[in-house]
Write a protein that binds this ligand. Structure first.
Ligand code: UDP
Length: 371
């Protein structure tokens, strides 16, 4: 019979971070991963043209958490990279998040200046204002501007991405991409930002490269595997055979295309908030400055997650789903030595750094370390 002191189900960034920490503390770890590759949704590979492609869409590492940055930087060197995104609005490619430069691009300058002054007076320079908050001022100009941004940037994108309007999903979701009262065109302002120089998959394999870690790909969880502790990074409903019903997620269908010319678009990511059925197009060679006479891009078509048909990509943050998740979590409380974590296990829209921070915190909890 196969066995391990620690059984980790799922080889995504959460599972492999915990695996590494446990292994370094002297414990034996078995990681089982149902797919034929490691890394979960951060998995990447070089395609036939030598371009590093992110199989599950664009992943940009960014964090203000020095502990996380220092930890993960032991396993990769970085290409310093500051993500810039454009959105096609009224026929123009404007910076996203919508900022003071975007404002000047879409309105005549006198009007843009008036809006800019009002934004600066009301919120101050370099402030990030969630669109749902901007829609709540009592100023006529700001109200007009908020409606414009809401309609042109958020409304249709969010309907495509989530299947509902922005106010039907937790405000933290649209709040991830606030209106930015600034001329800074970057998508993130974190202190540490980059793309792993040899890719995410290489970084993940380096995390797993430890004598106390065994990895089994194409291996589902099975009760026949013996363990003292079980760490589950899959969806919590699956662990309990969906007895209270299926926890909903959004999935993405990716359409990859390669063209016989060197560049498709100016930046790695262009959003299409009000045109077409896709949400965004990613051109991968920008991330690591891969040089090739060809280029590879992906279109993203969001869709509902269906068991056995596609992958879980995004937990859907609303009150009903939170209640269903909590019901499962109540069951989990009665299980000794079983832990749920990660984007699916916690049912939280984690960024990569948050997933790592959560795994580090879980390690401390399990080992009784207080910090
Ligand atoms: N969003 C939007 N328009 C955009 C970009 C983002 O409406 O051009 C909203 C949308 O609801 C999206 C959310 O903000 O799901 C979070 O966007 P983010 O870029 O963080 O999504 P991710 O990269 O995680 O898919």
């Amino acid at each position: 019979m196969v066995g391990a002191k620690n059984l980790i189900v799922g080889g995504g960034i959460s599972g492999v971070t915990l695996a590494r920490k446990l292994a370094e503390s002297g414990e034996q770890v078995l990681v089982v991963e149902i797919k034929n590759h490691i890394g979960g949704n951060v998995y990447d590979y070089r395609d036939a043209n030598g371009i590093m492609v992110h199989q599950y869409g664009p992943h940009i590492f960014h964090t203000n958490n020095k502990e996380v940055w220092d930890f993960i930087s032991r396993f990769t060197k970085w290409r310093p990279y500051h993500h810039q995104v454009q959105g096609l609005v009224d026929g123009k490619f404007v910076p996203i998040p919508f900022n003071l430069n975007s404002l000047q691009m879409v309105f005549p300058s006198a009007l843009a200046d008036r809006f800019e002054n009002k934004l600066l007076d009301r919120f101050g320079f370099n402030k990030k204002v969630p669109i749902l908050e901007l829609r709540n001022t009592d100023d006529k100009d700001l109200d007009f501007l908020a409606e414009y941004i809401y309609e042109k940037i958020f409304l249709e994108y969010t309907i495509k991405q989530w299947g509902v309007e922005p106010d039907k999903i937790d405000p933290s979701v649209s709040g991830r991409v606030p209106v930015y009262i600034s001329c800074d065109n970057r998508y993130f302002q974190d202190k540490y930002q980059g793309i792993p120089l040899d890719g995410y998959s290489a970084m993940v394999w380096k995390l797993l490269d430890h004598p106390n870690i065994e990895v089994k790909l194409k291996t589902p969880f099975s009760q026949s595997i013996e363990y003292e502790r079980l760490f589950w990074t899959g969806s919590v409903d699956e662990f309990f055979d969906t007895k209270f019903g299926i926890l909903p997620y959004r999935s993405i269908a990716f359409d990859f295309l390669t063209f016989d010319y060197p560049q498709f678009q100016e930046v790695s990511q262009v959003n299409y908030p009000c045109n077409y059925d896709w949400t965004r197009i990613t051109e991968y060679k920008h991330f690591l400055r891969d040089s090739s006479p060809k280029t590879t891009i992906s279109f993203e078509y969001p869709t509902d997650f269906q068991v056995g048909k596609n992958d879980r990509q995004y937990p859907i943050a609303n009150a009903d789903n939170a209640a269903l998740y909590t019901k499962y979590l109540e069951l989990a409380k009665d299980l000794p030595n079983v832990y749920f974590f990660g984007r699916l296990g916690d049912y939280k829209y984690y960024n990569m750094d948050q997933a790592i921070a959560r795994a580090l915190a879980l390690f401390n909890k399990v080992k009784g370390v207080n910090n």
